[in-house]
Design a protein around this ligand. Sequence first.
Ligand code: ZN
Length: 260
Amino acid sequence: MHILYEVKDGIATLTLNRPEAANAQNAALLDELDAAWTRAAEDAEVKVIVVRAEGKHFSAGHDLKDRWPGPDEITLEWIYRAENRRYLEYTLRWRNVPKPSIAAVQGRCIAGGLMLCWPCDLIVAADDAQFSDPVVTMGIGGVEYHGHTWELGPRKAKEILFTGRPLTAEEAEKTGMVNRVVPRAELDTATRELAERIAAMPAFGLRQAKRAVNQTLDVQGFYAALQSVFDIHQTGHGNALSVSGYPILAKLDEMKEKLR
Ligand code: ZN
């Protein structure tokens, strides 16, 4: 079980439960997480959804040990189909679940980790949280779900992409990416309090408020931008495949060593 699921007082809590791997995302974890989101979406008892993580870190991103088939089978078509399903379709579905969602983030939240918290409506960060997308080091323009520009504004988005450096919880709050920062020990309590406050509101009002904000972003181009930047991302994989036979570029030997 990579995902724990609990409902209490109208709040569904989805817990990433792979702390031994810093909650790195393999296919099973993402499939279970998608099933948990769907379950919470369909359960009339659930008014608010919380996504949290066991252990020191929220998520180390995609699990490279469980991502691609062997060199003889890997093609850009394979990558495109797999990533479209698990990274783009899943995240957009979570983002549009018609109930408020809150991510509680601690420790490292790296690349694919952003795809687990950005689709949530609100983010509560522990003071030790660090958000980064170092995918440019692999010869690719950023992780599959391009929330960067929307979450951070164009300059900050470019800075973290160009440098790969992590954004601290405090910086993330300043850009509006994070709603509030709390001491690490208070992360679960603070998230719970926020969820309880929201759960006391009428469900239809919440649904329509969320739809109003999401529709406004979509009218501004959010949905179309995510689709087109996903395709830009795939040109990074295509380039890496063409020059090295492997879907990502830098640190290739190191990565391959880890895969053994
Ligand atoms: Zn990718």
